[in-house]
Write a protein that binds this ligand. Sequence first.
Ligand code: AMP
Ligand code: MN
Ligand code: MN
Length: 324
Amino acid sequence: MNIDILNRIFNEIECAKKILIVSHVNPDGDTLGTMCALKLYIGDKADTLVQTSASAGIPDTYKFLPEINLSKNLDNVENIYDLVIAVDVASIDRIVQKARVIFDNAKTTINIDHHKTNNGYGKLNWVIGDASSAGEVLYNIFKTKNIPVTKDMAECLYVSILTDTGGFRYENTKPETLETAAQLIKLGADNSDLAKKCYNNKPKNMILFQSEIISKTQFLFDDKVAIASITQKDYDKFDAKNEYTEGIAETLRTIKSVEVSAVLKENDNGCTKVSLRSDNIDVCEIVKKFNGGGHIRAAGCTIKKPLKIAEELLVCEIEKCLNL
Ligand code: AMP
Ligand code: MN
Ligand code: MN
């Protein structure tokens, strides 16, 4: 741990007059939990940006996070900040449109993350590739700097760790991860209440939408590969929000024979967003072919082709990595 970089990060936070904390696009529990915990520490001079349009809004699941209601979206964020802090943002292209201009124009930028594929796009970078989540990284920063963690901050950080470890089931769950979670519970995070809010709180249409998508899944290579493709029509039929796709790739991975599960989403700009999950294959290697990134068992990319072509290109790359 390079304490000098950490000291410079805190110096920048202290000196900055106007700070923006940025989530990644298609925000999840880790990026939002980390963002809110950091906002609770910095206070009024920090704005938070959830990278969605006003119409998409904050994902319903995470609306309970402390102070998330104060956050801005891509339509109403201000233009100028002297410090921008990206949390859980694996690569600069996960900061989009207007937010990218704000990032590029800021005097200083800080990148706090846990993706091994992160190339250090910030002026100051704090990337711990072994950590379960950006929330775990931030908790360790607070601990190193002797910063008190309030109950609200503990809840946010707990949600980060809980969701990025799939409820402490994935192999990114290390002894230190569980120790951190235990400390957060001691600091006031209500673990069973937070698990309920994150996992047992879905709208009916989300489950109906997911069951239709799952029923149309293609199984290839002796059921080793599951490909679920989602068109704009599917979204329309269920009035589905983007966040309704969360968990489909994980559900398909629970099938015994499945080594790689893929969810492909048709974007309205002719591109296809891909999510890959596996239990035993390095799917990060697969998405790197399409300039994506992430972790070995959970990775993503955007293929700049329409859905059907993206499917073919992806299947071709997956086949090369299979234990056939
Ligand atoms: P997703 O499938 O979008 O849930 O993402 C799985 C993991 O890969 C997450 O940790 C993401 O942050 C990461 N990821 C997704 N898309 C990209 C991308 N285009 N570039 C880098 N990392 C990504
Ligand atoms: Mn994330
Ligand atoms: Mn994360």
